[in-house]
Structure formats: C-alpha cells, structure tokens
Design a protein around this ligand. Structure first.
Ligand code: HEC
Ligand code: HEC
Length: 358
C-alpha cells in the first residue's frame, strides 16, 4: 500500500493511520545493532528500514528549504544537542507563530505506540510528519498543499537526486511527498538512545557507572510509594512503548494534573524519561522548569484544583531532601551523551548549523 497523498485533507490522512499498523516488517536491509534489553522496533510493512532512506531522511530533517520561508526545518524545534527538543516551553514555527505545546524528544520514537502529547489515533511517523509540514493550526513549517516549490527544489538539487535514487530505486519519479515522509520517518526510527550511564549500569553490568545516590534514586523510582514506574516503566521509561512483538498494544493516556485550566480533562501520553535532565522545561505546556519542581508537582498530587479526570496514581507522597536528591541523581543517569553528538544524527549539510534556520 502506498502512503496517502499529501493532497488529501490532513484529518482524512490521520484517520487512515491505525489501519496500516498490523503486519510485520519485510526483510529490512538495516542493522539496528540494538543493545540488550531493547526489542526490535515495529516498522510499517510499506516502509521497511534501509540505510539509504535513513540517510535521505537526515538531509530532509535538517533542510530549512522545507518551510514556507526557508526559516525552519524539523531540526529548528528538534535539536540533537537537546535530545531533539528545543529548550522552549512551547514550539516556535517558521513564521513566528507559537505552538500551544512543547516540542517532544524524538529519541526512541520508533518505540512510541502513539505520537504527540495528546493524539490517541496518530501512530505512524509517516503521517505525523505531514502535520508540521502542512498543518496551519499552528504553522510549523507552513508548506502549501503539495509543496510544489519544495518538490522542484529536491528534483533540481544534485545531492537529493542521488539520495532519492538510492533510497527509492524502483520509482521512476521518486520526488514525491509520500517518499519524503517515508525517508524522514526512517531517519527518526534510527534515533535510538541506549548509551546512558544507566544503560551501562543496568544492562551492561558496570556497577561503578552510576553513583550510590543514583542507585538509591532508582529504588525510589520503582517503589510502590512513589510508583513513577507505573507509567514511566520499561526500557524506555514510558507505558506508551510498543515493539515489533506487540505493535497493536493499547496505549494508556493520563491526566497528571498539569493542566492550568481547572476543567481541562485532557489526557496525555507518558513521555520517555530518557535524557530528561537536558530537555527542560517539562510537560506538554512547558510549565514546569526543573526536575526539582517536577518532583514537587508529583509530591503534592498535581495542581490543586477540582480536576475531575486526574489519574488515581497521582495522589501525592512524602519525600525527604535526601530522597529527592537521590531521585534526581537517578534521572540524571538517563542522559545519553554520545547520542547528543553522534554524527549519524547530526546536520549533514555543508556549513552545518546554517540551514536549520538558527
Ligand atoms: C515549530 C516547532 C516544530 C517543528 C518545526 C517541528 N516540530 Fe515536531 N513537534 C513539535 C511540537 C510542539 C510537538 C508536540 C505536538 C503536539 O503534542 O501536538 C512535536 C511532536 C513531534 C513528534 C511526536 C513525538 C512524540 O513523542 O510523540 C514527532 C515524531 C515530530 N514532532 C517530528 C517532527 C518532524 C519530522 C518535523 C519536520 C517535518 C517536525 N517535528 C517539525 C514542534 C515542532
Ligand atoms: C499516572 C501516570 C504517571 C505517573 C505515576 C508518573 N508520571 Fe511522570 N508523566 C506522566 C505523563 C502523562 C506526563 C506528561 C504530562 C503532561 O505533560 O501533562 C509525565 C511527565 C513527566 C515528566 C516531564 C517529561 C517531559 O518530557 O516534559 C517527568 C520529568 C516525569 N513525568 C517524572 C515522573 C516521576 C519522577 C514520577 C514519580 C514521582 C512520575 N513521573 C510519575 C505520567 C506519569
């Protein structure tokens, strides 16, 4: 099945998404090199991973020509050095319009059973990419329907001519929006974060990788008193995690009393906590500035208003100064410093840093 064309209305595209999630991926020419504890990610059968698509996707991800005014690329809001977040409370689009929510980390996104903070039906990265490209509420990249100028650009660019030919060798005319989103999705799936000090300690058996304080903090995180793990569990610290084995798992969404409006009952995906020490400010609205303040938030049981939809697990708890320090030390072990400067995920364009509009 071919991906839907970008000429369809966005809502129709997204409605198609869950249909395409089933079968297993076909013979991928791609080495995941996954560490212990990491299952093979689910990959949609109509877009098997290949090294050529991943590489093309990287060029597209960093190309500011893919925006209404040449001012922003995906990387404008998803910066490698910030684990693919942007350091802002809410995203800022190419034309200066603010998003209502904060940019999310893209690490281990291949394992996410749903995409964005709130959308319970959006699960394919190929479909999600159309939202920043073509969406106008708010404008992110602000491309016009069909993106004729951008298609002209990729058709004429000598670098893209060879990248598209290598990525889509069967296509007589590979310069299409569905192929653009296939390549971007493949690049995103390749961004695996698994080399934190926690991974060295927990999966690699290096007992000296983390401090005694972090080990105490890990115990707190996983105990029944704080029960952070009830939502942030598993190798990716999120209960929205799927893999090739369980791609159709139902994902839980939660209201953790972050919402400022008392009657806002919206529920959110549990984000991964990998690299959390460097992705402030926190929560869907960027309303919590530090990890210390996040712990305050959970300790008092969330924002104190008559929230009718608050998850029963957000009940509050007592925590001593020592325990708080340990919990933060544990969260800090989840940073994967190698990922932040791994050349495979960096801006491939000459004069790197210029073309992403920043
Ligand atoms: C203007 C800033 C901005 C730009 C540009 C942008 N994003 Fe995002 N991204 C966001 C925000 C904000 C969210 C959260 C959206 C929401 O919850 O509605 C997000 C969410 C995502 C998610 C979901 C992550 C998750 O954990 O569920 C993916 C995937 C993603 N973006 C990929 C991309 C790609 C690919 C591009 C380029 C085609 C892109 N983004 C361009 C700001 C941006
Ligand atoms: C009931 C499920 C649940 C429990 C229990 C829970 N969380 Fe969360 N966590 C979430 C959800 C959902 C969000 C996103 C909420 C939002 O943005 O409105 C979140 C967000 C976060 C964030 C911010 C992530 C980001 O990218 O901005 C941190 C940090 C965090 N949680 C840490 C913890 C810690 C530490 C504990 C234990 C004290 C904990 N959580 C307990 C579900 C949970």
């Amino acid at each position: 099945m071919r991906s839907p064309s970008a000429l369809l209305p966005l809502a129709a595209l997204i409605a198609l998404a869950p249909l395409a999630r089933h079968a297993r991926s076909a013979e991928p020419d791609y080495q995941w090199n996954l560490p212990k504890g990491f299952p093979v990610p689910y990959v949609p059968p109509d877009n098997p991973m290949t090294a050529a698509k991943v590489e093309l996707g990287r060029y597209l991800f960093y190309d500011a020509r893919m925006s209404v005014n040449g001012k922003a690329s995906c990387a404008a809001c998803h910066k490698q050095e910030l684990a693919f977040t942007d350091g802002r409370a809410t995203g800022l689009g190419a034309s200066g319009e603010s998003h209502t929510r904060g940019a999310m980390s893209l690490v281990n996104i291949a394992y996410s059973g749903s995409l964005t903070w709130v959308d319970q039906r959006l699960s394919r990265l190929e479909d999600q990419a159309l939202v920043p490209m073509f969406g106008d509420r708010p404008i992110e990249l602000g491309l016009p329907q069909g993106a004729p100028a951008f298609i002209g650009t990729i058709r004429a660019d000598t670098k893209y001519r060879s990248l598209f030919a290598a990525a889509f060798p069967q296509d007589a005319d590979p310069f299409t929006i569905p192929n653009v989103t296939r390549a971007i999705a493949s690049f995103e799936r390749s961004i695996i974060s698994a080399r934190s000090t926690y991974d060295r300690y927990h999966y690699g058996g290096d007992d000296s990788a983390v401090s005694e304080s972090a080990k105490q903090g890990e115990k707190l995180f996983f105990n029944q008193h704080l029960h952070c793990f009830r939502c942030h569990g598993g190798f990716n610290f999120s209960d929205a995690t799927v893999s090739e084995q369980n791609a159709d798992r139902r994902i839980a969404f939660h209201n953790t009393a972050v919402n400022l409006a008392p009657n806002d009952t919206a529920q959110f995906k549990t984000p991964t906590l990998r690299n959390i020490a460097i992705t402030a400010p926190y929560m869907h609205d960027g309303s919590i500035a530090t990890l210390d303040a996040v712990i305050d938030h959970y300790a008092v049981g969330g924002r104190q208003h008559s929230n009718l939809n608050k998850d029963p697990l957000i009940g509050g708890f007592e925590i001593s100064a020592e325990e708080r320090k340990n919990l933060i030390a544990f969260l800090e072990t989840l940073t994967d410093r190698e990922l932040l400067r791994d050349p495979r995920f960096a801006n491939p364009w000459p004069g790197a840093g210029k073309i992403d509009g920043n």
